[in-house]
Write a protein that binds this ligand. Structure first.
Ligand code: CTP
Ligand code: MN
Ligand code: MN
Ligand code: MN
Length: 408
């Protein structure tokens, strides 16, 4: 029997934004299990359950040591009955039966494959599944019309489901920054999202653009996009203009979670030269293991020919190494006026749970309202200005947490 004093107990504050969460996760087996259930809930439009699993996973990510017994979890915040059951299962049996059966379920597998298409969210995927579509081939054979984003997503399915490396993010950064500075001298660009938090790979690359003189940034995005397009770098782009001023949002109360910055969701064409010589090994692997899904996409749309699977494969193999000399990468661009830059930077650095927890802290603990545009203090009935992330944390009464420790 273990005596109480021998059990290592952890002390953890309840909001993720009060904690330092690095990428050195000591409890990956447990957090992978909880994250999969979170993902499954999100894909099933059960946001509340998703958040509960994400919060539980985040608490475990912040622990300095691996959890080995249930007693160590006593007093920890954010662990509901369901999460505790999952953790217990993993600790006692090496795996969670709920996670394993979810992974095997046709519905989960179909949701994963279909939402793996850029432009397809859980609602669309659910609709398709109800129509009996579970994979890309069935989608291609169906009469469903795809919008422009989804068409691009399907066309570049394999590339977009291949993690983006930091080296690729940097290469894209140089190209985009050159375009930005050429259309607006003095403009500045910052890497945001997961790469700013120190991640070595990501599902996309995110950049925030501003100009030190307020107002100079207006209308910048279409110019940057035209330039990149003329240079042949964009396989797809959708630009949305800034709608902050005309929005009906109350003080610091956005009507949706989306912010209203001028932005561009794009698919970038990164060639081998730009990726640099070091990338060769990667490309080799891509073409060797040339995936199934890609084959399905190639055959799709070839009409009757598409039915002949063997022919499709033979054709692929006959191409010398079947090697294309570029890859598609998802890139998000956001433009912020300098007066909102610190809020945009904080709001777009993530992680998503860290952001959610910051807003929850602001609202519940401080009667403030935080968005990627501003911080509003309800007690004082005024906006609180900030020119740095440090100032925003200070307004919120929080210790500053650097980006590398926001990996909740
Ligand atoms: N974000 C946002 N509004 C969106 C999309 C994203 O505010 N419409 C924010 C997210 O809250 C997150 C950041 O932008 O803080 C980056 O989002 P995303 O690229 O989806 O996630 P990453 O943390 O960068 O992770 P990954 O490596 O998978 O890209
Ligand atoms: Mn990202
Ligand atoms: Mn993004
Ligand atoms: Mn192919």
């Amino acid at each position: 029997q273990t005596c109480e004093a021998e059990v290592l107990l952890f002390s953890v504050p309840s909001y993720a934004c009060q904690r330092r969460t690095t990428l050195q996760n000591q409890n990956a087996v447990l957090t992978d299990a909880l994250s999969l259930l979170a993902e499954n809930a999100e894909l099933s439009d059960e946001e509340g359950r998703g958040v509960a699993f994400r919060r539980a996973a985040a608490v475990l990510k912040s622990l300095p040591e691996p959890v080995t017994s249930m007693t160590q979890l006593r007093g920890l915040p954010g662990l509901g009955d369901h999460s505790l059951r999952v953790i217990k299962d993993v600790l006692e049996n090496g795996a969670s039966s709920e996670v394993e059966s979810t992974k095997r379920s046709e519905r989960y597998k179909a949701l994963k494959v279909l939402t793996g298409i850029f432009g397809v969210g859980s609602k669309t995927a659910d609709r398709w599944i109800r129509d009996g579509i579970h994979d890309l081939r069935q989608l291609g054979d169906s009469a469903h019309t795809l919008n422009r984003a989804q068409q691009a997503g399907l066309e570049h399915y394999d590339d977009l489901n291949q993690p983006v490396t930091k080296a690729e993010a940097d290469a894209i950064g140089e190209i985009v920054e050159a375009a930005v500075v050429s259309v607006l001298p003095g403009a500045r660009m910052t890497l945001i999202g997961g790469f700013r938090r120190g991640k070595q790979t990501g599902h996309d690359v995110d950049f925030l653009i501003t100009h030190p003189e307020e107002g100079r940034e207006v209308g910048l995005m279409p110019k940057v996009v035209s330039r990149l397009e003329a240079q042949g770098f964009l396989l797809y782009q959708k630009t949305t203009r800034n709608s902050y001023l005309e929005s009906k949002d109350g003080p610091g109360r956005p009507s949706s979670n989306m912010d209203r910055f001028e932005r561009c969701f794009s698919i970038f064409k990164l060639t081998e030269e730009e990726r640099g010589g070091m990338k060769r090994a990667d490309t080799e692997r891509e073409s060797d293991a040339h995936s199934h899904t890609s084959h399905q996409i190639h055959t799709r749309g070839r009409g009757l020919e598409a039915a002949d699977e063997d022919e499709g494969v033979a054709e692929e193999r006959s191409k010398p190494a079947g090697r294309k000399r570029w890859r598609a990468v998802r890139v998000d661009l956001v433009v912020s006026p300098i007066s909102q830059f610190a809020f945009a930077l904080l709001g777009w650095t993530g992680s998503k749970l860290f952001e959610r927890e910051l807003r929850r802290w602001a609202g519940h603990e401080k009667s403030m309202s935080l968005s990627s545009h501003a911080l509003y203090d309800s007690k004082q009935s005024r906006y609180l200005r900030a020119t740095s992330e440090e100032e925003i944390f200070s307004h919120l009464g929080l210790e500053f947490i650097p980006p590398s420790e926001r990996n909740a």
